[in-house]
Write a protein that binds this ligand. Structure first.
Ligand SMILES: [Fe+2]
Length: 330
């Protein structure tokens, strides 16, 4: 593992990606009452009645210390850093992002809590812009900036925004037709470049992963596109639980993996995922390590698996055959 700027890694070197999600950083006190005349009031009540006990800064600190010790090449944060999407939360979350590493090494996308009320994400996004903008600097407003594309060595980090405001009681997400359409040329271009395409999204893209009130409304449209254009790995958060699913694509099966909250010991203990991605003669190999806060309050490896991501378009001519995920995978 390395912590210097990633190099051109195709065909030779391992790239290590770390994925964490839903840290829900502590809500500050002294929120102006005027900021609460909307869905935020329910969010505030939820935080003080229950959520502040579930999402603990000391848990997050342990997890982040363990993650940084492993010096991943890149860190991906898939949303819900805030609770109410307040400006003060965005600013505090920016300081937390800075503590993970510079924007070259850290990518963030928004979750539904960043867009708890209408306009919250559009206003708050500027605080995090170096961490979400693509390699081609955003020339439009935040809504039209997604999907973003960051190339890191042999990896394409493709980030979506599913953050939308929804009525009280709902935590749905949506991409919208325009964002899904903008994804097409990005997937095609990065496939042509033989990059390992990682798609980042807050909401799980497969129906039934979370309850109806938390679903991705246009998941079917996204899945249809990914099946048609291919993808190598899809990562999400939102449910605060682990998920390991598979999406069939034109190029072969692609893992769809969800990570628990990085700060909660509720539903599942806090965890993050490490992905060691190595080019092979058949495409790529992923070594996934789940690092979790264990019962003894220490970080431990709770799972290690290896996935073979065979991709005919990425193989040397002589080695091409039917794409598949290796038998020991998924
Ligand atoms: Fe969420």
């Amino acid at each position: 593992m390395k912590n210097e700027t990633p190099k051109d890694l195709i065909g030779q070197t391992v790239t290590v990606l770390a994925h964490l999600s839903d840290p829900h950083l502590p809500l500050p006190t002294g929120i102006p009452p005027l900021a609460l005349l909307n869905k935020r009031l329910l969010g505030l009540l939820s935080w003080h009645s229950r959520r502040y006990r579930l999402h603990r800064p000391e848990t997050l600190d342990k997890l982040v210390a363990d993650l940084l010790d492993r010096t991943p090449d890149h860190i991906m944060v898939t949303g819900d850093l805030t609770n109410l999407g307040l400006d003060v939360e965005y600013r505090r979350a920016r300081a937390w992002l800075d503590s993970l590493g510079g924007p070259e090494r850290v990518t963030v996308i928004p979750g539904n809590h960043e867009a708890l009320v209408s306009g919250a994400w559009e206003q708050g996004a500027a605080h995090w812009q170096p961490y979400w903008q693509g390699d081609a600097a955003a020339e439009t407003d935040v809504v039209h900036s997604f999907p973003t594309l960051r190339r890191r060595g042999g990896i394409a980090l493709i980030a979506l925004s599913s953050a939308i405001a929804s009525p009280p009681g709902l935590a749905v997400g949506a991409l919208g037709r325009a964002q899904i359409d903008r994804l097409v040329p990005i997937l095609r271009q990065t496939r042509q470049e033989n990059l390992f395409r990682v798609l980042l999204i807050h909401h799980p893209p497969i129906d039934g992963t979370v309850r109806h009130r938390k679903r991705l409304r246009d998941g079917a449209d996204l899945r249809a596109l990914l099946e048609r254009e291919g993808i190598e790995l899809v990562l999400h958060g939102h449910s605060h639980k682990s998920h390991h699913q598979v999406l069939q694509t034109r190029d072969g099966p692609a893992p769809v993996i969800g990570v628990p909250s990085a700060s909660a010991m509720h539903l599942e203990s806090a965890a993050y995922h490490l992905y060691e991605i190595t080019p092979t003669n058949h495409g790529w190999k992923i070594a996934l390590t789940v690092r979790r806060l264990g019962a003894a309050d220490h970080m431990e490896t709770s799972q290690s698996i290896t996935l073979g991501i065979d991709r005919a378009h990425a193989m040397p001519e002589a080695a091409r055959k039917t794409p598949k995920i290796s038998p020991h995978s998924v």
